[in-house]
Ligand binder design. Structure first.
Ligand code: SAM
Length: 316
């Protein structure tokens, strides 16, 4: 075991605010084979200390808050070349700015927690985001070398994502294939229309539709990870009926989401635990045979939003 100091990106405060240290520790605690130490602020920089073998460094660099890593030997600190090994340019995740976009670090944390907890035994993992917006989680998945599918009710998402992809593939000379089609009979509302993006040996698909219909929109092949950031009941509407709280949609969608998961698959769902409350959120998934995993990453974003993540696993 070697001692390392992981530099916490100052940008993490923009995602986790005053709770940055607690969230960072909680996220890092899921990396197997690592003994975590304290977080210390030295010279205005925050470091998380850890002991592990060199083979764990890529996993540490994949943590959402990680900016860099030092080998620590008493007072001698050596910055080291440790790559997270991500595919695609980061602009595919961070380049587009739009109303309602989920913070990229938080999205990466969801992917990490789901990966840490999943145990499906599959080699090529598949990700679903059943409320995917413009696809922050889907492009993160592709950066991790995973294929991903998203469902979004707003029909304008497909064209906006297509526009963004054309820009970033051109700018970064990214080899790719874009195509579209229907998962069901074409219709005026665009329900079931999809956009496919293939690059780096992976694929991202965004399907227009209501997440309550997830089973019909996704086909039968199960997913290993379900990663999503549901509406906060504040900035955006909860569902097609215009309700402020997203709870009604989640209650209707929960069984379909659970059915999409392979045994050992994990859901990591970010939500504002003011709307709906934590126990209401738990209750929506009650009786579906899912195991609740305690990964407390609650962080206050504003007076009305305390974001937390519900982590559930389908038994193997
Ligand atoms: C917090 S946003 C997710 C943003 C996304 N992670 C991103 O970065 O682009 C929640 C999304 O859920 C979508 N949504 C709400 N109700 C839905 C439903 N019933 N079916 C599908 N999508 C829904 C909203 O349109 C919104 O885009």
């Amino acid at each position: 075991m070697t001692n390392f100091a992981l530099l916490i990106s100052p940008a993490a405060r923009g995602a986790y605010f005053a709770d940055t240290h607690a969230v960072a520790r909680q996220e890092a605690s899921g990396v197997a084979g690592v003994d975590l130490g304290e977080i210390e602020t030295i010279g205005g920089m925050d470091f998380l200390f850890a002991s592990c073998g060199e083979a764990r460094l890529a996993d540490l660099m994949r943590l959402s808050f990680a900016q860099g890593i030092f080998r620590v030997d008493g007072p001698n600190w050596q910055p080291i070349e440790a790559s997270a090994g991500f595919l695609l340019h980061p602009d595919f995740v961070s380049g587009e700015k739009y109303r309602g976009k989920t913070n990229e670090m938080l999205t990466q944390l969801l992917v990490n927690i789901a990966l840490q907890e999943a145990d499906t035994g599959n080699d090529a993992l598949r990700v679903i985001d059943p409320m995917c917006g413009r696809g922050t989680s889907l492009f993160w998945a592709m950066r991790y070398g995973l294929s991903a599918t998203g469902i979004e009710q707003d029909p304008s998402a497909l064209n906006e994502v297509r526009r963004g992809l054309k820009k970033w593939t051109k700018l970064h000379r990214q080899k790719h294939k874009l195509s579209d089609g229907w998962v069901q009979k074409s219709n005026k509302k665009g329900i079931g229309k999809y956009l496919d993006f293939q690059a780096e040996g992976q694929s991202v698909r965004i399907v227009t539709g209501d997440t309550v219909q997830a089973r019909d929109l996704l086909g039968k092949r199960p997913f290993d990870l379900l990663v999503t950031d549901i509406p906060y009941g504040v900035q955006h509407m909860g569902g097609a009926d215009g309700a402020r709280s997203p709870l009604a949609v989640i209650q209707k969608a929960a069984a379909g989401w659970a059915a999409c998961l392979a045994p050992g698959g994990v859901m990591a769902i970010a939500y504002n635990c003011n709307i709906p409350k934590r126990d209401e959120m738990f209750a929506a998934f009650d009786g579906l045979g899912l195991e609740v995993l305690e990964r407390n990453v609650a962080h206050r974003m504003s007076e009305s939003i305390v974001r937390d993540v519900l982590v559930l696993r389908k038994p193997t």
